[in-house]
Design a protein around this ligand. Structure first.
Ligand code: P6P
Length: 315
């Protein structure tokens, strides 16, 4: 079996870039270890503070962020960190060429009920500034802390999956992941229906109509409430994830963040042959206006994303 270190050494990328991915992978091993016994150590509760999003931080959000900081600041190749848990970008004393944007523990509201959560990250050229299009990403990945602990990575061309073994090493378990072109599974929080725009409503109603509707086939719905869990399912067996702009999230620009949620997930899905859109434009071509900018996110199987775009094109 190939491990992460061997796989990274074989990739046609700058070894310094590979070392940044290795640092995030190492941080994820430590985060996984903390999560596994958090209920015993009583760490699943709130940290008693809020982040820049105004969201109550879980103790594990803060711990996970601290572990990411520890691993990145000791890597001379990383000079800047943007984190969901930090109001401002952190400029390390390093003069490295790389910037990492991360959600250290996405889906942490699921920790109390032991549902899969994850660490999402994006790697960019630090010399090109904080605000770059997702198409400029040099690498993206996430760790999924679930029944198995998975690490999913891409340098933009293909997607590889590693599984954490008992000894704490990442073992290559899948390469060349492809998102199924067609799918009968969609992921959206249907409790938000009253806020939806006409395009979202039209698309979902067609799915609910199943064989009798315009889509002409039966659909199933899955919504974990943890982006990493939903996206991992889509990468592994197809489907579409929708967190569209709606009348309640419109004022903030959406729910999910561009730099460290939408962009890395869009790179991974597109590198696996899927599509990503805000409904009106490619996520990866959006020019960010701020490090915590929120955007609508629709991504997954190409045929399903195309159907949603067709609904938006109706105006
Ligand atoms: P809702 C988790 O808080 C998160 O940021 C994503 O991981 C997840 O997809 C989404 O929010 C869930 O949102 O509105 O269903 O709670």
């Amino acid at each position: 079996m190939t491990n992460l270190a061997q796989w990274l050494a074989d990739q046609p990328v700058d070894p310094k870039l590979a070392s940044v991915v290795a640092s995030m992978a190492a941080a994820s091993v430590e985060i996984a270890r903390v999560l596994r016994t958090a209920p015993i150590s009583g760490q699943t509760g709130l940290a008693g503070q809020t982040n820049v999003q105004g969201e109550a931080q879980k103790a594990l959000d803060v711990i996970s962020n601290d572990l990411v900081v520890k691993h990145l600041e000791r890597n001379a190749e990383v000079s800047i960190l943007v984190s969901e848990e930090l109001d401002e970008a952190v400029h390390f004393s390093n003069q490295g060429a790389y910037l990492v944007a991360t959600d250290p523990l996405d889906g942490s509201s699921n920790l109390d009920v032991n549902v899969t959560v994850g660490t999402i990250f994006s790697v960019l050229d630090a010399t090109a500034g904080l605000l770059q299009k997702g198409s400029a990403q040099l690498a993206a990945g996430y760790a999924a802390y679930g029944p198995a602990t998975s690490l999913v990575l891409s340098f933009g061309q293909s997607v590889s999956v590693f599984t954490l073994d008992e000894g704490g090493d990442w073992v290559l378990t899948a390469e060349g992941l492809r998102v199924a072109e067609a799918s009968g599974e969609y992921a959206i929080n249907t409790a938000r229906e009253r806020f939806w725009d006409a395009a979202t409503r039209g698309y979902v109603e067609e799915n609910v109509a199943g064989e009798t509707g315009a889509a002409g086939k039966r659909y199933n719905m899955r919504w974990v409430g943890s982006m990493v869990a939903d996206i991992h399912r889509i990468l592994m067996r197809g489907g579409i994830f929708l967190y569209p702009l709606d009348s309640e999230t419109a004022a903030k620009g959406g729910r999910l963040r561009l730099l460290y949620e939408a962009n890395p997930m869009a790179l991974l899905v597109e590198a696996a042959g899927g599509r990503s859109t805000t409904g009106h434009e490619s996520i990866l071509e959006m020019m960010p206006t701020g490090i915590h900018q929120r955007v609508p996110v629709i991504l997954g199987s190409a045929e399903e994303v195309a159907r949603v775009e067709a609904w938006y094109a109706r105006g």
